[in-house]
Design a protein around this ligand. Structure first.
Ligand code: ADP
Ligand code: MG
Length: 155
């Protein structure tokens, strides 16, 4: 488990940016946290670390947004779908098992579709501009990656 406390959106982006440099095609990240916790902010950092130049905003009205970088970034927010998300045929799996990095806000709604290996990012609001970030690796692929993130993270 990787843990950090950040004190600004910039710091949250910096953690994510560092993580992004370690990601490979097909990696899946889930983002858990209340509205306003910082899930989209974290995704903006990932995008920067993947070399995405386009600005990343909340995909609330789009469900899935695709960005071009060192690897493609698929940013999904399944909040509006709620409990139905896992049962509807939305083509989410084609992204999850595709050749980009998939980031899913509110992934608890699509839990049954997730691959065996994924990174679970949890963000908790602990103050006005303070956030507790925890990243857990599911599956063997991520143990070493999270150690490396711990050693190299600027925050
Ligand atoms: P979510 O996608 O989880 O609903 P957003 O990333 O859209 O959340 O919004 C997070 C809000 O919290 C932004 O307005 C951001 O500026 C603010 N914020 C304040 N401090 C932090 C921090 N340390 N990390 C991330 N966001 C922060
Ligand atoms: Mg969001």
């Amino acid at each position: 488990m990787f843990r950090r406390t950040t004190h600004s959106p910039e710091q949250t982006r910096a953690v994510a940016e560092r993580l992004a440099r370690l990601l490979q095609a097909g990696d899946v990240l889930t983002l858990t946290g209340d509205l306003g916790a910082g899930k989209t902010t974290f995704t903006q950092g990932l995008a920067k670390g993947l070399g995405v130049e386009e600005p990343v905003s909340s995909p609330t009205f789009m469900l899935i947004r695709e960005y071009e970088g060192r690897l493609p970034l698929y940013h999904m927010d399944v909040y509006r779908l709620g409990e139905q998300a896992g049962s509807e045929d939305l083509g989410i799996e084609e992204y999850l098992y595709g050749d980009g990095v998939s980031v899913i806000e509110w992934a608890e709604f699509v839990q049954p579709l997730l691959p065996d290996d994924y990174l679970q990012v949890t963000i908790r609001k602990t103050g006005e501009s303070e956030r507790r970030i925890e990243i857990a690796g599911h599956g063997v692929r991520f143990a070493r990656m999270l150690e490396e993130l711990d050693e190299t993270c600027p925050i």
